[in-house]
Design a binder for this molecule. Structure first.
Ligand SMILES: Cc1ncc(COP(=O)(O)O)c(C=O)c1O
Length: 375
């Protein structure tokens, strides 16, 4: 028996369907306004996004990869430096580091939350690139906040700058504070499938550091401090007015849609509790998981995945390979500590369907099929 495909509607499209009148009005407003780059919509969204995260400053940029790159550039990180990153992440976390000219040092993960393990960061500091480490990019993977207290303690001792990659965690909290406000600076992506998604590319940096924000604003537009005069070297990485206007519409519903994600995750937790071959997502005390992705693990992942796909359940892998296992980024493994937990996670993870508009009936079908396995 195959699950009805309509049960598993596509997330960003469904989001648009439900918000179509408001999104269309926002787009028309931009088109009629005639100001298409760095106008009122971007300025308003920056204020609203900063307020949402609980910080002073947000800077809209072209995508999440640029957000990480510009954050690092704004901190003066570049060639000769090293940045600690997880290897179990979207490759963008690492490619952004490389774009600055710095090198990644891969750090192993905590197997329950898939986020950086402070003990592994300590090992990285003792490794061959330890002396060049300048910053740590804590990725709140799948929507679960990293261990910010543990990482901050290591960073403080070693003089490292702690940063966040919040691309998958809009709406997650750590000790009651939203991600984006938990370190010196944070980077976000608004790729269409994210918890807050545009209808194209978009990204932002958040920080309480006004001087850092000012440097990033210059870098984002050719290094201009005043028009046509580049005070520093810069790039072109601007969030556009149309995306900002759409993001403002969607931001109004973000708390509610994160709540729906959490409710569906709770249903999975209830339905699959005690399954001998499936470990459900863990949530560390003091954290609120934003469930961008609902990732379980199983020692027999490949069999489970094949079974569910045969039943018509759209499961996926995030990600099929760690970054250090990919040819383009493998060479930095030599300066990284042991990545055993990362490699075990890659073999065991499986993403079950979850998005705000998925019905409970769809989740119940997935639960029933997981329980029917192994048959
Ligand atoms: C953890 C993480 N970091 C960074 C990015 C990069 O974002 P973008 O695709 O907007 O460049 C993504 C999204 O793919 C991501 O999931």
């Amino acid at each position: 028996m195959s699950a009805a495909p309509s049960l598993f509607s596509a997330y960003p499209l469904e989001d648009f369907r439900r918000l179509e009148p408001a999104i269309s009005a926002a787009v028309t407003g931009v088109l009629r306004g005639g100001h298409y780059i760095l106008g009122g919509e971007v300025a308003a969204f920056e204020q609203e996004w900063a307020a949402w995260c609980g910080v002073e400053e947000a800077i809209g940029v072209a995508n999440g990869t640029d957000a990480i790159e510009l954050l690092l550039l704004g901190l003066g990180i570049g060639p000769g430096d090293a940045v600690a990153v997880p290897s179990h992440t979207a490759v963008a976390s690492v490619s952004a580091v490389r774009r600055t000219g710095a090198e990644p040092v891969y750090v192993d993960l905590d197997p329950d939350t898939f986020t950086l393990r402070p003990e592994s960061l300590e090992l990285a500091l003792k490794g061959p690139a330890g002396g060049r480490l300048k910053a740590v990019l804590a990725v709140h993977l799948y929507g679960h906040p990293a261990d910010m207290a543990g990482l901050a303690a290591v960073c403080e001792d070693a003089g490292l700058i702690l940063l966040e990659d919040g691309a998958q965690s809009h709406g997650a909290t750590w000790q009651g504070k939203r991600v984006g406000s938990l370190a010196r600076g944070a980077a976000f992506s608004f790729y269409p499938t994210k918890n807050l998604g545009a209808v194209g590319d978009g990204g932002a940096i958040t920080t309480d550091d006004a001087a850092l924000a000012a440097r990033i604003r210059e870098i984002r537009q050719y290094g201009w401090r005043e028009r046509y005069i580049s005070a520093v070297e810069g790039v072109n990485s601007r969030l556009d007015e149309m995306q900002a206007a759409i993001l403002r519409v969607k931001l109004e519903g973000l708390a509610e849609s994160v709540g729906k994600r959490q409710a569906l995750a709770a249903r999975y937790r209830e339905g699959l509790a005690g399954h001998p071959l499936v470990q459900l997502p863990q949530v560390r005390e003091g954290c609120e998981h934003a469930f961008h992705l609902h990732v379980v693990r199983s020692p027999r992942r490949d069999e489970l995945m094949a079974f569910l796909l045969r039943q018509g359940i759209p499961v996926a892998l995030h990600y099929p390979a760690a970054v250090h296992q990919q040819p383009g980024y493998a060479r930095f493994v030599a300066q990284s500590p042991d990545l055993a937990e990362t490699e075990r996670a890659v073999r065991e993870i499986l993403t079950l369907p979850l998005h705000p508009w998925l019905g409970q009936d769809a989740v119940d079908v997935v639960i029933a099929q997981v329980k029917a396995w192994p048959d």
